[in-house]
Each structure stands twice: as structure tokens, then as C-alpha cells.
Design a binder for this molecule. Structure first.
Ligand code: CU
Length: 468
């Protein structure tokens, strides 16, 4: 994990952490050193070297958060902060996330683990974390105002609970949720079973990602947080095709894909070339008697699903949301041109009027120098992706399952395009065209044709006289 950059900020944060009454309850020398990830590339599985063993997951275009063991408790440190996320090559977004990225790192624990999560808030407003789907003490559920006060900017809170049931979970703020989730604050959580489980099979590859959505006009960087339905960026782990890494597996691998939906609409996720079983839902592993083979699984808002299959067909198989508008990138028409807007000067001038004003993403980041660079239009093409046969004409929630005989166990690298055996690719018909002949039987049966005259259909458009 040499791409992980460790950030030392304990000295500057010391006054902050000591000021928190919650932290002082925990007997410890210091907070766990926060680990920050700077690349959006899929990181290899984090094989556990402390605590109970398990078979780690691979987070698509993401990573798993390392922990430290403290007297039998697994300790994690999440930093809620503004981040710059490359959503696809040439397209960056100013989001809010955790530990350098949106979504935040995946948290992996084992059933029965005692877990302590430190959450430091570096956002300009209060936050909290709700551990979506977990059994835990009510005061650890993270709903601001209901279960705890919000975590003020600069403060650190501690969440402690035992991961009681194995399964697929998520985490996200429960404070100014509309803003903070629209800005990208969310993460994945996997609780592995301790030992053999009758309903949880061991797999060779275990992938996970979140469905998320943004409204970012082409040429701008920050999501519009008031959008309720009309999003234009449909992403997996805050990446859009062709920025989403392929899922690379070995032929005949048993594969599990865990998906959580934190958008505002449902997504029918469709896999080509294989049938899968839904082996897990929000409530944990599904009873075997309820499992049936599917090629599409609808995932509703707030739901998690586990899809499992044996990858026994070689090739490059499309894997995508089946809503065709969700496999496209930004389609904005009323686009304000922000290219060339000098945010540095804007911030300085507004700062005279509002002393605390800051441009999104300013705190703790070097984005201002980036803004002064000459920028190309910051967006991803609506339909794009160069495949071996031309443009794939996709965007958004689209990736490829690559099944290869020579993919080594544990190797997640991209094997390149599939080399089709001779005679197995659709081809153009080069023979004589078939004669076209119209049927003379039309109109028979229960609905006989009345006359040979053609019927004209008049379309009356609604008038626009009323004012909006
Ligand atoms: Cu969709």
C-alpha cells in the first residue's frame, strides 16, 4: 500500500481533539494516525495482518481503511473533509468526502469485532455519521439532534459498537444530509463472517461499490446541492465511464459484487453473459430457498445487494445500470460558462463582505493553484469510451467484467481487450439482400381493415397559454 500517504496533523489537531469531551472518555495516547488516499485507482485488497482473518474485498476505484488494534478494539480514523475527486480523466469535481476521496474508504471488520471509529470534522459545517444497517446502541446511530449533537467543525467524535451481524453496509452523514450526500459523503462497510457461515460462501473475488449521483454543469466543479431528481452525473464510487475500472477476474472464479445505492432513484443493475444469485440484501445473507437466477437486479434507494456468480464465460462483458439515461454523462444545455472565472479574486472580493467566505474545497487543499491553471472544459463526453471495435458510446454507470483464463489468482490488473476465438464475433452479411414483401393478411381476424384508405392521425398539442 505504498500509494497510501500518511498525513501528520496531530500537532495542529491536538487542541481540537483535547477539546472534545467525547474523546477524553477513551484512554489512549493519541488518535490513530489518519490514512489518506490520493489516487482514484482501484487499490488491491487489504489483507488483514491483525485481528481475525477474512477474505478482503476490492473497492472499485477505491480502497480499504487500515486500522490499529488497541486492547482488542479495532480503531479507525475518518476525516470528513473537502476533496477533489477525478470522476473521469479530464473531469474533476470538488466534493466532500473522507480521508482524501469521495466516497470514503471502505471499512472492513469481522462479525463480533469491537469497533471504535474516530470521526474528525474538517468541513465548514457540522456533520455526523450514520452506520447504515448496523445493529448498535441507539446513541451510536449517528442521527444529529436525535442520537447525538452534530460534530462541529474542528471536533472529533468517537463511535463505539460491536459489529454484530455479517453483511454489506454503508455509512453516510445524518446532518444536513441533503447537502452532504449531494457533495459525495458516503462510504462502504463490510462485516465478514467469523468462520464458516451456512449462507455466506467463500468467493475468489469480492468487489464493492456505491451508486451515487451528482448535478455538475459542464465547465463547473461543484455539485448543485438543491437538485432532487434531475442529476446529470450517474456514478459508481464517484467515477463515471470510462473512468470506472473494469472488474477483472479469472475464468471460473466465484465472484461476489456488493452494491449500495445512495442516489435518489433506483438502478436496475444488469450483467451480460452470466446469471447471478442475490445472496445478500439489507438484512444480511438471503435464505438459499429464496435465491433465483437473475441477469438484472433493481437496487432501490438506500438498499444494499450482493450479487454472486461463477465467471465461466470468457470475454469482456458489459456491466451497467439498465436505465439508458444513467449510462450517459452530463447532458446540460443551459450551461453557465465558468471557464476563466478567477475564483481566487472572487474569494478575495467576497471576503471583504463576508470574512468567513471560502471557495468550495479551499480548506486544507491546494486547489487554488489548480484553479489558476488554464483549464480545458471540465466535463466528460456524454457518450464515449474507445473499445476494440470503436466507440462504446456509453457514460455514467457502465463498466466491463473481464473474464480471462490467464488472469492469475489475486491479480486485479486490467488484462486488455478480449481476443475473440476465430468465428465468434458478429459479422456483416455480405450475400444478396433478401426480397422485401408486404403481408396481404394485415387487418384480418378480430380487427378487419375497414377500407383501403390510409388513416390520418391528427396530433393536437396542448396550448402553452397558462403561465408557469
Ligand atoms: Cu441507474
Amino acid at each position: 500500500m505504498d500509494t497510501l500517504k500518511r498525513r501528520h496533523f496531530l500537532a495542529s489537531a491536538a487542541s481540537v481533539t483535547l477539546a472534545s469531551a467525547a474523546v477524553s472518555r477513551v484512554s489512549m495516547a493519541a488518535l490513530p494516525e489518519p490514512v489518506v488516499q490520493t489516487t482514484p485507482q482501484t487499490q488491491p485488497p487489504l489483507v488483514p495482518n491483525t485481528g481475525r482473518p477474512y477474505n478482503p474485498v476490492v473497492t472499485l476505484n477505491g480502497w480499504t481503511l487500515p486500522w490499529r488494534m488497541n486492547q482488542g478494539v479495532k480503531e479507525f480514523h475518518l476525516i470528513a473533509e473537502p476533496v477533489v475527486r477525478e470522476m473521469a480523466p479530464g473531469f474533476k469535481a470538488h466534493l466532500w468526502g473522507y480521508n482524501g476521496q469521495s466516497p470514503g474508504p471502505t471499512i472492513e471488520v469481522v462479525e463480533g469485532d469491537k469497533v471504535r471509529i474516530f470521526v474528525t470534522n474538517r468541513l465548514p459545517e457540522h456533520t455526523s455519521i450514520h452506520w447504515h444497517g448496523q445493529r448498535l446502541p441507539n446513541g451510536m446511530d449517528g442521527v444529529t439532534g436525535l442520537n447525538q449533537p452534530g460534530i462541529a467543525p474542528g471536533k472529533t467524535f468517537v463511535y463505539e459498537f460491536t459489529a454484530r451481524r455479517p453483511g454489506t453496509f454503508m455509512y453516510h452523514p445524518h446532518a444536513d444530509e441533503m447537502t452532504q450526500m449531494a457533495m459525495g459523503m458516503m462510504g462502504f462497510w463490510v462485516t465478514h463472517p467469523k468462520g464458516k457461515h451456512p449462507l455466506i460462501d467463500p468467493v475468489d473475488r469480492d468487489f464493492c461499490f456505491l451508486l451515487n449521483a451528482y448535478d455538475i454543469d459542464p465547465g463547473s466543479y461543484t455539485p448543485k446541492i438543491m437538485t432532487m431528481l434531475d442529476f446529470n452525473i450517474w456514478s459508481w464510487n464517484s467515477r463515471v465511464f470510462p473512468g470506472i475500472d473494469s472488474l477483472n477476474v479469472r475464468h471460473n472464479d466465484k465472484v461476489r459484487i456488493r452494491i449500495g445505492n445512495l442516489t435518489m432513484t433506483n438502478h436496475p443493475i444488469h450483467l451480460h453473459g452470466h446469471e447471478f444469485l442475490v445472496t445478500g440484501t439489507d438484512g444480511g445473507p438471503t435464505p438459499k430457498s429464496t435465491r433465483q437466477y437473475e441477469v438484472t437486479q433493481d437496487i432501490a434507494v438506500g438498499q444494499m445487494r450482493q450479487l454472486e456468480f461463477v465467471a465461466d464465460e470468457e470475454g469482456d462483458w458489459a456491466f451497467h445500470c439498465h436505465k439508458s439515461h444513467h449510462t450517459m454523462n452530463a447532458m446540460g444545455h443551459k450551461v453557465p460558462t465558468l471557464i476563466g472565472v478567477d475564483h481566487t479574486d472572487l474569494a478575495r472580493r467576497i471576503g471583504k463582505l463576508i470574512p468567513d467566505y471560502m471557495v468550495m474545497g479551499e480548506r486544507g487543499m491546494a486547489d487554488m493553484s489548480e484553479m489558476e491553471m488554464p483549464l480545458p472544459e471540465n466535463t466528460a463526453p456524454m457518450m464515449t469510451g474507445d473499445g476494440p471495435f470503436g466507440s462504446v458510446e456509453m457514460g455514467g454507470m457502465f463498466s466491463v467484467l473481464k473474464v480471462r483464463r490467464n488472469q492469475k489468482p489475486g491479480d486485479y490488473s486490467d488484462p486488455g481487450w478480449f481476443k475473440h476465438p476465430a468465428g465468434t464475433v458478429a459479422y456483416e452479411w455480405k450475400g444478396a439482400p433478401l426480397p422485401m414483401k408486404r403481408s396481404t393478411e394485415a387487418g384480418k381476424g378480430s380487427m378487419p381493415r375497414q377500407s383501403n384508405q390510409s388513416i390520418e392521425v391528427k396530433v393536437q398539442k396542448p396550448s402553452h397559454s397558462h403561465k408557469h
